[in-house]
Design a protein around this ligand. Structure first.
Ligand code: HEC
Ligand code: HEC
Length: 332
């Protein structure tokens, strides 16, 4: 019920935000400069919305807001409390506590490479980073804040009014807050893993074991690459990977209401996966080894389970190889 109410609020706000965009907050401020992403050569240019082009002041404002507990009702929790920079902006707790230790129901995912994502959250319920930021700020189990109070706090703050002017030529407002957070998050791109060096032609960047693991990952035995495909190891689809016979959280079904979407979740990127334990939408699998064992068993019986999830056998050496390949996806 709470979830539905939040959904309605968010859609109302989408309408509001579209209205705000007419208030001329898209033009970079006079003394601002464009922000260059410095992408590695094998990375495509992500799509940046026209009304929130990346500038230095916008990214800097977003970076400050991201780790400022001023965004939470009791000023104790920030985005960075659950998305820790040293853990690829994920969390090592299955469920991260929000204000007053309140617990939600899902595991905090990594925020790296979100500029390339075609939908956000485990159920893909939100299309853009701007709109996504509305969710944690207001969610009862996360920052539990209302925008009226937040905007007033920022207006009274000694530094934020000038920073909003410098970034969006406006006093602190809702649209500026979510745009700055989105701008900052779009810069979280690295491409500095051993596997990236390997892709760029340094064949010694992967150990012999990681190379064997790569061949397994891309083999029809393990099938991993069918879903975890491409440069970011996700085809951006929603799949049921047989985690449960009965799911407490129905994932994609909550968005579409279609029976066949029960227990489906967005295929997560595997970049930096060695840093983002525990795993899955609910943080229920503690280690990479246990994840591989889950897949080897072929998962639980579920009518919506993907036909690609079926039992297979690996020797202990092959398991280790596969883990070493996954570890090679960690950015330096
Ligand atoms: C209490 C912990 C917590 C806080 C605080 C928090 N998040 Fe999250 N974040 C999560 C969880 C859990 C999810 C997964 C939500 C879902 O799938 O429904 C998530 C998902 C996301 C996603 C989607 C990532 C993806 O790959 O789909 C983005 C983007 C994000 N958060 C940004 C933020 C920002 C920006 C803030 C601060 C305004 C923030 N988060 C605050 C826990 C948190
Ligand atoms: C049918 C598509 C599919 C196949 C095949 C598949 N996965 Fe997944 N994978 C998913 C989905 C969907 C999730 C998230 C499921 C959930 O949270 O309930 C996931 C989650 C994961 C996670 C957890 C990531 C995180 O951040 O929590 C890892 C690690 C992983 N898969 C590795 C693999 C490996 C290794 C293989 C091959 C042995 C593989 N996957 C095969 C779809 C697939």
């Amino acid at each position: 019920m709470k979830y539905l109410t939040l959904k309605v609020i968010i859609w109302l706000e989408i309408i509001l935000l579209v209205g705000c965009q007419k208030e001329n907050i898209q033009a970079p401020a006079p003394k601002d400069e464009f922000y260059s992403l410095n992408l590695p050569p094998h990375f495509p240019q992500p799509e940046i919305p026209e009304d929130n082009l990346l500038t230095k002041n916008r990214v800097e404002l977003g970076r400050l807001l991201f780790s400022d507990p001023i965004l939470s009702r009791d000023s104790t929790v920030s985005c960075a409390s659950c998305h820790k920079s040293e853990l690829a902006f994920a969390d090592n707790r299955s469920i991260s506590p929000g204000v007053q230790g309140r617990l939600g129901k899902r595991n905090a995912p990594s925020l790296l490479y979100r500029a390339y994502a075609t939908s956000l959250n485990w159920d893909g319920g939100v299309p853009t980073l701007e709109l996504q930021a509305l969710v944690p700020i207001q969610d009862h189990a996360e920052l539990d804040m209302d925008f009226g109070t937040l905007v007033e706090r920022l207006k009274r703050h000694p530094r934020y009014p000038a920073l909003f002017q410098a970034a969006y030529q406006t006093e602190p407002n809702e649209a500026g807050i979510v745009k700055a957070l989105a701008a900052f998050q779009r810069t979280l791109i690295k491409g500095t893993s051993d596997y990236d060096r390997y892709l760029l032609g340094d064949s010694s960047a992967l150990s012999p074991s990681a190379k064997r693991g790569k061949d397994l990952f891309f083999s029809e035995t393990a099938e991993c690459f069918h879903c975890h495909s491409g440069l970011f190891f996700t085809d951006e689809t929603f799949q049921n990977n047989g985690l449960y016979a009965e799911y407490k959280d129905q994932g994609r079904f909550l968005i579409t209401g279609r029976e066949r979407d029960k227990g489906k979740f967005r295929v997560p990127s595997l970049r930096n996966v060695a840093l983002t334990a525990p795993y899955m939408h609910d943080g229920s699998i503690p280690t990479l080894e246990a994840v591989i064992e889950h897949y080897m068993k072929g998962g639980a019986k579920h009518p919506a389970k993907s036909p690609l999830i079926r039992p297979f056998t690996l020797t202990p050496q092959q398991k280790e190889d596969l883990i070493n390949f996954l570890k090679s996806l960690t950015d330096k």
